[in-house]
Design a protein around this ligand. Structure first.
Ligand SMILES: Nc1ncnc2c1ncn2[C@@H]1O[C@H](COP(=O)(O)OP(=O)(O)OP(=O)(O)O)[C@@H](O)[C@H]1O
Ligand SMILES: [Mg+2]
Length: 356
């Protein structure tokens, strides 16, 4: 299979509890998701591989349309028609969930993974109280004993000032920030080992954003859960993530520890994204736009997909690069980066090998 050999996913550690944090909660291998008929249509997720460990936050970042949500929905087995998962493995706690029945998947939602989406109103039912909805989430996993207390504790955990009262409230009686806190409380109530959050704070104002993000980070860390955080916002990445995977045109083009991404990005696309982020702590609402357009993913692709927009492209880039380890847990899908050539911010490539 094309590019299948490029990344060897981490193998499960299985020799004792001291290595628990090295065990990937989630391991994605060569995931392919398409919208349209098999083999045709638009390829939204193209042989994507990554893993997330216990207690770790992995950020998934990229321009609009790069395939971040399609990846998340594939992991959750929630891709709707005309979308379908065409191949790969999604190994959650050691079990590939792609061949499982929807019934089996439903049982795993909540306890093995929870989810938080951009718009809290899609996750909350307007006609039932918050407490009732949280109770249903508990009931779905056979947790009926002490439900009221569990719900109030969960609401307290997300900073609700009066959990007893808020459990009796309806979604429309709350502000957007409070509703998103409720969604996070619901996402975490069955103590999932993995939380998938797709733009969880984009709809909130900047101060509330920061609080909600901090909360999500602390709650997942405290519970030893893994967090997959999808965002447009490099400021959010900087504040929240341990590692970052950068998506472009359905592929991961760079993956590295967060400091490496900010200090030593080794893909021209990532560099472009970072260059467009203003200095200062205040994060931007939207992903900065780079000159040019991403490719039309309903057409077959050849060579590096970023090539038409890349100041560093040369003849090598007519061949599709694999995502390869270039050192320090850093992977890049770029020929010049893999050859150890340095990039400068003006868009020139230095001939000095390893002068990074
Ligand atoms: N239901 C659908 N039918 C057809 N194409 C779709 C559908 N959903 C997504 N796509 C396409 O799949 C590609 C990836 O979309 P996706 O929503 O994953 O992007 P994204 O990275 O989440 O973008 P954004 O940052 O805007 O949320 C895009 O080209 C998009 O147009
Ligand atoms: Mg999206």
């Amino acid at each position: 299979m094309r590019r299948a050999a490029a990344i060897r996913p981490e193998t499960l550690a299985c020799d004792g509890t001291d290595q628990l944090s090295d065990i990937p909660v989630l391991r994605v291998e060569d995931l392919v998701t398409r919208f349209g008929p098999p083999g045709k249509g638009l390829i939204a997720v193209d042989h994507v591989s990554f893993s997330v460990r216990r207690g770790e936050t992995l950020g998934l970042v990229g321009e609009s349309g790069s395939g971040k949500s399609a990846t998340a929905m594939s992991l959750l087995r929630l891709v709707g028609r005309p979308g379908h998962i065409e191949g790969g493995r999604v190994v959650l706690n050691g079990v590939d969930i792609l061949p499982l029945s929807q019934d089996d998947i439903r049982k795993r939602r909540g306890t093995e993974y929870g989810m938080v989406f951009q718009n809290p109103m899609t996750a909350l039912n307007p006609v039932f109280s918050i407490g009732w909805q949280m109770g249903e989430a508990l009931k779905a996993h056979g947790r009926s004993h002490g439900r009221e207390k569990i719900i109030e504790n969960a609401l307290r955990d997300v900073g609700m000032p009066d959990p007893h009262r808020q459990a009796r409230s309806f979604p429309h009686q709350m502000s957007g920030g409070m509703r998103q806190r409720v969604v996070i409380a619901m996402g975490l109530i069955n103590e999932p080992q993995l939380l998938i959050a797709d733009e969880p704070t984009t709809a909130l104002d900047v101060t509330i954003q920061a609080q909600v993000l901090e909360l999500m980070k602390n709650l997942t860390r405290d519970k030893g859960a893994a967090l997959l955080l999808i965002t447009h916002n490099m400021g959010v990445i900087a504040r929240m993530c341990d590692r970052v995977a950068v998506m472009y045109a359905g592929e991961i083009v760079e993956e590295a520890p967060v400091d490496e991404i900010f200090e030593n990005a080794r893909h021209p696309y990532t560099r472009g994204l970072l260059r467009s982020v203003p200095d200062g702590a205040r994060p931007r609402e939207k992903m900065p736009t780079l000159p040019g357009e991403p490719p039309d993913m309903s057409q077959p692709q050849t060579g590096c997909r970023f090539r038409p927009r890349c100041a560093f492209a040369d003849e090598r880039c007519a061949t599709h690069p694999d995502l390869l380890e270039i050192g320090n847990g850093h992977k890049s899908r770029c020929w010049p980066a893999q050859a150890g050539e340095a990039f400068d911010t003006a868009g020139n490539r230095s001939e000095t090998a390893n002068a990074v």
